[in-house]
Design a binder for this molecule. Structure first.
Ligand SMILES: [Fe+2]
Length: 382
């Protein structure tokens, strides 16, 4: 994130002696990216975060891709994929390239192990359900419609309160606010579709002072390694810095509209490594008396375009349901389906809710997507 946050107890100066009431030194950890020059936070633990007792396993991650074929427009009913497990193990991956892994999942089960994705930041979009994201930074409430940004390398455990359905973008790099929304001081500018007040950060929690056996799973380099640590990892008495998990609810995205149709980039919410994430939310349509509210035809020459339909009435698409995910590969024109333009004329608003990802490098479709594919979609412009 782009602003400084401090929680709990901190010494007046960093990298100086900081002791407990019992005169024990707290263990200072610099948690950051890009060596020691990138975005970072400093945490103070009761115990060293390094006391590993055992390595108990390694699970290779394999992503079976469909055979190469002619590129065409695709539609997957992801809500029909049966999943089980917790927030991590229920994920079924559908799309992948070297920048991002896209998966969906559904879970009613709280995580028991602690998990860390060290490949990059995770961006979770919670379609339904609620829970609490526990981390060394404290507890963060998660509600329907929330985007949850989980920094690379941060240990977490999601507690589920209500059955959660989600789509996850596992980036191989940072998920950030789009640079053009920030002014030269790093503040979110008045031109942005949100402000700092719309972002929610853990309030901090009492440190957990427990010793024993704590299972930690780490995803890195196409494998999950499992370790047993001697101390509870959420034993933090205070932290400060710019790197922490946060939520942003899609209902707080302030849509921008104009006299005539504005391109999808106006809906951008996050940027990642060669990806852009956009939010399509209920909004008024364009107000020119002869405006055409639906999108024009376009060929997205530079990007593979992924749209995840959350809910609402999708004017330009037939046969779409909640959880539908479309993939429009680069270079093939798409746009409103037959009749959609005429039907849109004179409409004043839309209630659609959708999340879009543009990927600037080609995506591969993974096998789990094939089982829920809509075979009629490719020719649905006829
Ligand atoms: Fe498009």
């Amino acid at each position: 994130m782009s602003y400084y946050v401090a929680r709990g107890q901190l010494p007046p100066k960093k990298h100086t002696q900081f002791r407990s009431p019992g005169n024990e030194l707290y263990c200072e950890e610099v948690f950051g990216t890009c060596g020691f020059s990138g975005i970072a936070s400093i945490l103070y633990h009761l115990h060293p975060p390094t006391v590993m007792r055992e390595i108990t396993g390694m699970t290779p991650l394999e992503y079976a891709a469909e055979p190469a074929g002619a590129l065409h427009h695709r539609h997957f009913f992801t809500g029909r994929i049966a999943t089980e497990g917790d927030l991590v193990s229920s994920r079924r991956y559908l799309l992948k390239n070297d920048d991002v892994l896209v998966g969906v999942g559904e879970t009613a089960k709280s995580m028991t192990a602690f998990y860390r994705n060290s490949d990059g930041d995770e961006l979770l979009f919670v379609q339904d359900g609620s829970g609490v994201l526990h981390s060394p930074f404290g507890d963060l409430a998660v509600a329907p419609g929330d985007y949850v940004v989980i920094p690379s390398g941060m240990l977490y455990r999601m507690e589920i309160q209500e059955r959660m359905r989600f789509i996850v973008f596992e980036a191989y790099g940072p998920i950030e606010l789009p640079s053009r929304y920030l002014n030269s001081a790093g503040q979110i500018s008045e031109q942005a579709p949100f402000s700092e007040r719309d972002f929610h950060v853990p309030e901090g929690a009492d440190p957990v002072d427990e010793s024993g056996e704590f299972v930690v799973q780490v995803k890195k380099r196409d494998r999950v390694s499992t370790y047993v640590y001697a101390h509870h990892p959420f034993d933090v008495v205070g932290w400060d810095g710019y790197l922490y998990p946060y939520t942003f609810n899609i209902s707080d995205f302030q849509p921008m509209t104009g006299a005539i149709h504005l391109p999808p980039t106006i809906h951008q919410t996050f940027q990642g490594p060669n990806i852009a994430i956009c939010s399509f939310v209920p909004r008024l349509f364009d107000y020119h008396p002869r405006a055409v509210p639906v999108s024009y035809f376009h060929s997205n020459i530079d990007t593979d375009e992924v749209l995840y339909y959350v809910r609402g009435n999708f004017m330009s698409r037939r046969g779409i349901e909640s959880g539908s995910l479309t993939l429009h590969p680069a270079g093939i024109p798409h746009g409103p389906q037959p009749g959609a333009i005429e039907a849109s004329l004179g409409k004043s608003s839309t209630d659609e809710l959708a999340v879009m990802m543009d990927a600037f490098r080609p995506l591969t479709v993974l096998r789990p997507a094939n089982s829920v594919e809509d075979d009629n979609y490719t020719f649905s412009w006829q």
